[in-house]
Design a protein around this ligand. Structure first.
Ligand SMILES: C[S@@+](CC[C@H](N)C(=O)[O-])C[C@H]1O[C@@H](n2cnc3c(N)ncnc32)[C@H](O)[C@@H]1O
Length: 204
């Protein structure tokens, strides 16, 4: 992290808000804003959270699903344990088949929602980072196809670019409706958008 990045982060409204409200990341506000707008996660839901570290989205999900719900968090990085009993963490790479198998093993039943805030390590070369991000979004879609119940929802981050339209077309094939969401809490210069697939049609 460069000095200017750290300086900018300290000035950032959502970063300070997250610190004050005891959230593990500012990213939680993007998820909460989307849930408020589209209601795609509900009380009692079973949620798979891909790219979950450090855990802001897990906290946002727990707030929404309550004690009756369940959150399965997945990341290649380790995550500080949660005190809530209805969170399980799997350390694994979403591109690997063993991770999908582990997710299927640990889910109590088919998931109501799969969410993905997966991000690659940024190289700084736009085309490379865009392609890596889209690859992670396809990995997330693959996991969603294998774990969602019929009618379930899918929420995934992408960086906008040449490859986005093909990805959105793939999501449209699998879900009844698709929305494109640009959170207020995204950093100003960011090209990230979230694709929301509503109503999984079921795997064919
Ligand atoms: C932006 S962070 C997620 C922040 C999180 N939503 C939160 O609110 O705390 C992106 C995460 O994706 C994870 N990630 C990147 N590539 C991955 C992969 N192939 N498999 C699993 N996790 C991956 C990173 O380790 C990182 O923790």
């Amino acid at each position: 992290m460069t000095k200017s990045y750290l300086r900018e982060r300290k000035r950032d409204y959502y970063y300070r808000k997250a610190k004050q409200e005891d959230y593990r990341s500012r990213a939680v506000y993007k998820l909460l804003e989307a849930i408020k707008k589209y209601r795609f996660i509900k009380k009692g839901d079973i949620v798979v959270d891909l790219g979950a570290a450090p855990g802001g989205w897990v906290q946002g999900c727990l707030k929404t699903v309550g004690k009756e719900g369940f959150v399965l968090a997945v990341d290649v990085r380790s995550i500080k344990p949660f005190k809530e009993p209805n969170v399980t963490f799997i350390r694994g790479d979403v591109s690997e088949k063993e991770t999908l198998n582990a997710i299927m093993d640990r889910l109590p039943s088919a998931a109501d929602v799969v969410i993905s805030d997966l991000s690659p390590n940024l190289s700084g070369v736009w085309e490379v980072d865009h392609a890596r991000q889209i690859k992670l979004a396809y990995d997330a879609l693959e996991i969603a196809k294998n774990t969602l119940k019929r009618g379930g929802n899918f929420f995934v981050k992408i960086f906008e670019g040449d490859l986005s339209d093909d990805f959105i077309r793939e999501v449209k094939k699998r879900f009844q409706a698709v929305r494109i969401f640009r959170p207020k809490a995204s950093r100003k210069r960011s090209s990230e958008v979230y694709i929301l697939g509503l109503g999984f049609k079921g795997e064919r």
